[in-house]
Design a binder for this molecule. Sequence first.
Ligand code: AHR
Length: 532
Amino acid sequence: MANEATERISPSIDIFPSSPIAPVSPYIFSGFLEHLGRCIYGGILPSTRTTFPHTPRKPCPEENFTETPPELLTPEGFRADVLEILRDELRVPLIRWPGGNFVSSYNWKDGIGPREQRKRRPELAWNGEESNQFGTDEFMAWCRAAKIEPYIVLNMGTGTLEDALHWIEYCNGTGDTYYANLRRKHTGRDEAYGVKYWGLGNEVWGEWQVGQQSTAAYATKARQWAHAIRLVDPSVILVGCGETGLNYWDGIVLDELVDKVDVHSIHLYTGFGPRDRSQTEREYGRSVYGPDAAEYSIEVCKGLINKARFGKGVSKPIKIAFDEYGVWDETVGTPENGLEQFYNLADALAMASWLNVFVRQADVVDIACVAQSVNVISPLVTSATGLFRQTIYWPLYLFSKHMRGGISVNVSVTSPRFSGETLPRWISTIKGFPSDLDVSAVLHSDPDTKSRGLRIAVVNRSETASYDVPIRMAFERVGALAEVHELWHADVKARNDWEKEKEVSVKTRTEQWGGRWTFREHSFTILVLQLE
Ligand code: AHR
């Protein structure tokens, strides 16, 4: 539903390759693994009979607990298919683990040593049981096999500072100390894991969190923890626990921690269901335009970071880790079904807009972890013997392939705007009616060949209108050909499934470049252009 005042606007895109924002951090393509549903047990380790207590869930073809055959596993015993996609297709650089809400009652010491001796424990965050068959050493072995950097979140719920210091000593200790030696005993190697990224708790502000704390209590505690952690390992990168970036919590915590942490973490999900309404289906607009809220969160958070730096005279820049983001309808992906949600094309457009936000905000967003990497509100859904890629996989794939490694540049967009209901509702009142055309651009230069290229990511979020758009490039001549990658389907509700794995997927072609492009209704396109 275009705003009446803007629907007659002629859309246009102006790109300013000589006006850089910042290099795009490779860590915006990061992921997240939580001990929840079939993420670890079924997604990283093979399916087993005992690890998924939740029902009902849409069954995979060979449900009834077929065991994953050994030929589908890596030598370490991990699922090879998931690992290969994360490593080779999505090229995920960093993974956050073990939660999420799970971490706030996780005892890391239960997850080390001989597996047959590990204790099964009640799992408090998702009301299940934790077998502890996947612990620190398994996570590190998986990261090594996947060539992915680990990011571990500390338990600031039931966990003590002493537990946290022991965990860091276990992972990073190089001396002749108890936990460093225990790691050597378990791994058979002298070499430490050298985990750089450590999170100071997860969503400690939330009432659902084991060990919820007040803002002041968390800030005081996190300061003490940060100080002590750096005594054990001064080289760590510490991530403070923020809220959504624009809350009271963020401001106070930043004011207190800005001289103690390196990164401020924020979380947001879009695409929530119609909880307060009579409809049973999510409305298109409430899902697709949602990531505009994330952009506003980042903009406000950047201000709060700089205010806090100013207050404490901190010259070092503090970046944002959007270390949980994604599309999640809590009425569909529930604790009872292990947060498994099937995604349609509209959700994929939202995912593309999320990624556009991270590219446009490249000066402050250092890390973004899609929640989550397999099975749980995820682009990948496994069965015991296979998997399929959901619609939301494709924007992640295209961004990782084409928008990585360059410099985000300024873009000016004129577009009809959406005046229907957004979620959150405040997007239109505070940030303004969202633009149908959502755009980011990245400049790539190859010093060896002296060639330069521009990649433009465009989501046409209008459900019904296609737009023929002039794309002007300030002070640049563009080569004759455009490589075009397009995600589109006539039906915005189309989705992939076991029987229709490629119902929604990317079409790639090369076309003559004439300085304009027609973006189909509800489509996502990446244009790859050469600059002369
Ligand atoms: O990703 C699912 C949950 O969402 C995480 O456990 C929690 O941190 C967030 O609320």
